[in-house]
Design a binder for this molecule. Structure first.
Ligand code: ADP
Length: 673
């Protein structure tokens, strides 16, 4: 008796495949298409007759949809044809087209209309199609097509293998995920809007409670203090929850951006531990820091690594009973810097350890449930660390404690930390590597951190991205010369404030100073003169500023008055506007040193204000810091780039004041995020 499966007729078999909602395409072991189901035909806007029996790769089929409405895209090769009756025989060069499936480098691509002409003698498909000998593993890919309508398809490719393990061909299933993608985009939009609506009132709640607790509204009794502290703790919790949701949404939509710079992990750890000192003291816990000396820097996004450290240290404190111990260590292991946070807390079972880094996972115990948390932190940490090229892991024993560790690639070119002059960075622009190296040695010996660019274009790009404290600029360079670079630097609001010292054999000082050079020194470089000039310029930059004037533009009056209160306390003069039109009116009469600008406002929004400021020559040099409750990664990037800095609401006033001072060139203030 025949086995059961063979009782199905081929016609029935095709009918069954076509009744599956997902599209199905079958190919034999030589890569020839032997069946395409009706749903697959309509998904790809193709007819079975056009492709069955031919070796056409799936990417070619999809490519057809993406690239042309009129013809099929195939790879082709010109071949000598001996057959005079060949329908594609070209008398001029005696060649005909060969259609291939695999597209080796020598092969060209072309668009063919409907039917492919091919010669019967030099039968083409068979010869060039790739013969799959090894069963492939399952492949999944997502493709967008625009014909007959915009769609996103998920294509899964599986090998077909018989009972003896012989490879018979491939089965491809095409699943329409357009709706899922649309829903996901809607969800992102929803999360972003809702989080904005939460952030606005939270900015005021946090701001005013902080002011009361700082004693700015007069004295209060112990009970009032206790209640207000509860309000503060809960608003902080809500803020961190909203931030976690936003981060998850960013990760899922692939929109988590990083601002990478060389950083010293040791000082980041110190910064985080300081913010937890109060909680550690309250729980009568001990904290031990083991920070190796002379660690190389790492290339990281400062705020994101602070976020990871905050999460790990906060968990260690949260999940360790009073009188416990927390230890933070930073060491170098091969080419990596490894940070570990250990505690003597409740610990985690082996089973739970496997799931810790997945979204929303919290250990199912009453002690954990009593402690507030969302279960999102570690999964965000994992993404952040992996996106930096590192790894994160845990070792733990129940009731004994846990150690969470992460590694980050160490920077190879290392500048001794003790030599760094308060983090001052100088961009050396010179197309002569030997001279560039010499200047670098001079500067590093003096404790400056050196960045290098070997041509004008790179110099402009780095100045904008890295915003160094000073630039030394050669004039005679290929393509874009130093004068051109200087002109462009001074025209761009992002770079106009960076002092430039010209170092050149061309003695055209007048032109240099006219274009905005801070100093003009001849080459060959005199070390003493160069260092004197730099110290003088950077020293001037570091002088304490006179009282500066800040224009605050925000339609939320509560937020404006709490910013005003804090800025006046920090010795700033404050101008206020509650929408864009008012802001521009003020700017016609008075010129502030800096503008704090909300984006979403009635009548005239921040985007328009920013555009108007940058178009006006008299105002374009004023630095603008954007404040928004929306997800910054989703704001219009081209407009945001016109601002010198951006802060997300709710922010702490200490952080905002610090950013203002930093922008105005004062000493960097103490940040607390
Ligand atoms: P959250 O702390 O907000 O719940 P996390 O993603 O940071 O979210 O942590 C997930 C879970 O991992 C926690 O709920 C807790 O069960 C467990 N966990 C994390 N860190 C520790 C730790 N140091 N000690 C014990 N359990 C921990």
């Amino acid at each position: 008796m025949k086995p059961k499966n063979e009782l199905i007729e081929q016609r029935e078999f095709h009918a069954i495949l076509s009744s599956i909602a997902d599209g199905v395409i079958l190919t034999d072991r030589k890569g020839r298409i032997i069946h395409i189901s009706s749903p697959a035909e309509s998904m790809l806007n193709i007819e079975a007759d056009e492709i069955v029996g031919k070796s056409i790769s799936i990417s070619t089929l999809i490519g057809k949809e993406r690239q042309t409405k009129k013809g099929l895209v195939f790879c082709w090769e010109e071949k000598d044809c001996k057959e005079k009756s060949c329908p594609v025989y070209k008398r001029d060069n005696s060649r005909c087209w060969t259609v291939t499936d695999t597209c080796p480098n020598s092969v060209k691509q072309g668009v063919f209309r409907k039917k492919i002409r091919h010669c019967q003698t030099c039968e083409v498909f068979e010869r060039n199609s790739k013969i799959l000998e090894e069963p492939a593993v399952m492949l999944v890919k997502e493709v967008s097509i625009s014909e007959p309508q915009n769609k996103v398809l998920q294509i899964k490719t599986n090998p077909i293998v018989d009972e003896e393990g012989n490879f018979l061909g491939l089965v491809r299933t095409l699943h329409d995920i357009t709706l899922e993608r649309e829903m996901s985009a809607m969800k992102d939009e929803f999360v972003s809007t809702v989080s904005h609506d939460f952030r606005i009132p939270l900015t005021s709640i946090k701001g005013y409670v902080d002011l009361i607790l700082d004693g700015e509204a007069g004295e209060f009794n112990e009970m009032q203090k206790e209640f207000l502290t509860i309000v503060k703790q809960n608003s902080d919790r809500l803020i961190s929850l909203i931030n976690d949701f936003l981060d998850i949404s960013r990760i899922e939509s692939g929109k988590m951006n990083f601002n990478i710079k060389p950083e010293n992990l040791k000082s980041l750890v110190q910064e985080v531990v300081n913010t937890f000192q109060k909680f550690i003291d309250e729980k009568k816990m001990e904290i031990d820091l083991k920070l190796s000396d002379k660690l190389p820097k790492v290339l990281v996004d400062h705020d994101r690594i602070i976020q990871v450290l905050n999460n790990l240290v906060s968990n260690a404190v949260k999940y360790t009973p009073p009188m416990g111990k927390v230890k933070v260590a930073v060491i170098k292991k091969k080419n990596y810097i490894v940070v570990s946070v250990s505690d003597t807390g409740v610990g985690i079972s082996t089973k739970d350890q496997e799931k810790l880094f997945t979204k929303f996972y919290r250990v199912d115990s009453s002690l954990i449930k009593e402690t507030g948390g969302s279960g999102l932190g570690l999964s965000i940490c994992k993404t952040i660390i992996e996106r930096h090229g590192g790894k994160i892991w845990v070792k733990s024993e129940e009731n004994k404690g846990s150690t969470f560790s992460f590694s980050l690639p160490a920077l190879k070119t290392e500048v001794k930390p003790q030599l760094i002059k308060q983090g001052m960075r100088i961009l050396v622009v010179d197309d002569e590597p030997d001279i560039s190296k010499l200047i670098q040695l001079y500067l590093e010996k003096e404790g400056y951190y050196v960045l290098k660019a070997f041509d004008g274009l790179k110099a402009l790009e780095m100045a904008k991205k890295e915003h160094p404290d000073l630039i030394t600029l050669d004039i005679m360079m290929g393509k874009v010369d130093g004068f051109e670079v200087l002109k462009k630097l001074k025209e761009d609001t992002h770079t106009a404030s960076i002092p430039v010292i010209v170092l050149s054999v061309i003695l055209d000082e007048k032109r240099g100073y006219r274009l905005g050079a801070a100093d003009y020194l001849p080459k060959s470089v005199d070390k003493k003169k160069l260092i004197e000039s730099i110290n003088k310029i950077i020293g001037e930059k570091g002088q304490p500023e006179k009282e500066k004037r800040v224009l605050v533009v925000d339609d939320d009056r509560d937020i404006v008055s709490f910013i005003e209160f804090n800025l006046r306390k920090a010795n700033f003069d404050v101008l206020k506007a509650y929408n864009g039109i008012e802001a521009l009116k003020i700017l016609k009469k008075q010129k502030p040193d800096i503008i704090l600008l909300d984006l979403r406002m009635p009548e005239m929004d921040g985007y328009e204000v920013l555009g108007a400021i940058k178009k006006d020559k008299g105002l374009s040099g004023i630095p603008v810091i954007i404040m928004t409750a929306y997800d910054l990664d989703r704001e219009k990037a081209e407009v945001l780039d016109l601002a010198v800095d951006k802060v997300s609401k709710p922010f702490s006033m200490r952080m905002l004041t610090s950013r203002i001072k930093e922008t105005l060139g004062n000493d960097k203030g103490e940040e607390d995020g």
